[in-house]
Design a protein around this ligand. Structure first.
Ligand code: PLP
Length: 409
């Protein structure tokens, strides 16, 4: 008899976006003529940059000729892409990396979900609350947590509440934790940390021999010069942090799939005898066993993001989304909402009026303004009473949605 992995049974059945889809479909069925604007799911809408498309077409042509055809590539990714990543994303910020500290992958979701495999099952993990659900769910599946309580919190996870009082910035854990998931710019709150604030986390991790799993999927949206783009801009972070990056939100690769993870050779984990083991070596071992690399045309496309044309095109798209973010943010603020994010991130996080429950506000916004967003409660107990809108829509829809929300008051 085949037995189920009981850890999967701890997960709540209905995933946030399925429940949103269910409610939207029902509403559309009841109101077939309504023009609904979706500012909910965090997917991009602008097409891939022309420089990327051109490069990918050429790479596909190469695959069609005997002389230039390529089969399996290196599991860690092609050097032509790794070199460009180091030269463009890290060296200008004073971060030196070796080529074998960069691991190209098919997504930051995959990597943030898989990386926990390298840690012992008894490790205690900390996440901010609200949180990108993948960090939690992947650890639940692995069996690193206990059951979930009615508030949606799993036993053995340390939740770091992000509140109005702390400006949506997670406090340091009051107890010792081993694995710390940080995401900046943050999904869902849109907030960032300064170098000084991030330094506190690096100091904590060094003092406690913890590892920080730093998700920088939205790094390209940082405009403020004072905000670090990489955790490795902080002294000492190379010993305690791993960083996840993605071309998804940077260059429209959500459907094309390319990302990378930086695992410095100095980051260590410990065995029962306190002997050290390099996470870099363990991740290499894991990837070479379970992953066979990102397709050649996709890696060529990702490399084109760093061409002069590619950089210009990517910047235009990001500026487009960030203007949407500005429009949403200022519209909500003018209407009296307490708003977070939207300055160095494509997410706008705000308090629902009159302490309304997030799902009630979801229904109200859909019915009264015909706008679909994401209820904060879907990101954790502390997301209750909050709501997320994204800047990834078209300008026209964004403006229309904001006008409707203002009128709804
Ligand atoms: N990390 C965060 C915080 C995200 O919000 C997302 C996507 O929404 C991802 C990772 C996934 O990125 P990718 O498309 O590279 O898998």
């Amino acid at each position: 008899m085949a037995h189920v992995n009981e850890n999967f049974l701890k997960l709540p059945g209905s995933y946030l976006f399925s429940e949103i889809a269910r409610r939207v479909n029902q509403f559309k069925k009841d109101n077939p003529d309504t023009d609904i604007i979706r500012l909910g799911i965090g997917d991009v809408t602008r097409p891939l940059p022309p420089a990327v498309i051109e490069a990918m077409k050429e790479a596909v042509d190469e695959m069609s000729r005997q002389e230039t055809f390529r089969g399996y590539g290196p599991e860690q990714g092609y050097e032509f892409l790794t070199e460009k990543i180091i030269k463009n994303d890290f060296l200008p910020r004073g971060v030196e990396l070796a080529a074998d500290e960069v691991f190209i992958s098919d997504g930051a979701k995959t990597d943030t979900a898989n990386f926990q495999e390298l840690f012992g099952i008894d490790n205690i993990l900390a996440v901010s609350d609200p949180v990108y659900p993948v960090y939690v769910d992947s650890n639940v599946m692995a069996g690193r947590t206990g059951p979930v309580n009615p508030k949606g919190e799993f036993e053995k996870i340390v939740y770091l509440p992000c509140t109005v009082e702390n400006g949506m910035k997670p406090p340091l854990p009051e107890m010792r934790v081993d694995m710390i998931y940080l995401c900046f710019p943050n999904n869902p709150t849109g907030m960032t940390l300064t170098k000084e604030e991030l330094k506190l986390w690096v100091n904590y991790a060094r003092a406690n021999r913890s590892v920080i799993l730093f998700d920088a999927a939205y790094e390209a949206y940082i405009h403020d010069e004072k905000v670090p783009h990489s955790i490795f801009e902080i002294d000492g972070a190379r010993e305690v942090a791993v960083e996840f990056r993605s071309f998804s939100k940077t260059a429209g690769f959500t459907g094309t799939r390319c990302a990378y993870t930086i695992v410095p050779k100095q980051v260590m984990v410990y065995d029962a005898n306190s002997k050290t083991h390099s996470l870099n070596q363990l991740w290499l071992r894991r990837q070479t066993t379970k992953f066979n690399g990102v397709s050649y045309p996709v890696q060529v496309g990702a490399a084109a993001v760093y061409s002069e044309e590619g950089k210009k095109q990517v910047k235009e798209t990001i500026n487009y989304y960030m203007e949407n973010a500005r429009i949403i943010r200022s519209g909500l603020e003018k209407t009296g909402y307490k708003v977070f994010g939207g300055i160095n991130a494509p997410y706008i996080w705000f308090k629902t009026p009159d302490n309304m429950k997030s799902w009630d506000f979801f229904d109200k916004l859909m019915k009264d303004a015909n706008v679909v967003g994401t209820p904060g409660a879907g990101f954790g107990a502390n997301g209750e009473g909050y709501f997320r809108l994204t800047a990834f829509g078209s300008r026209e829809n964004t403006e229309k949605a904001v006008e409707r929300i203002i009128k709804m008051q």
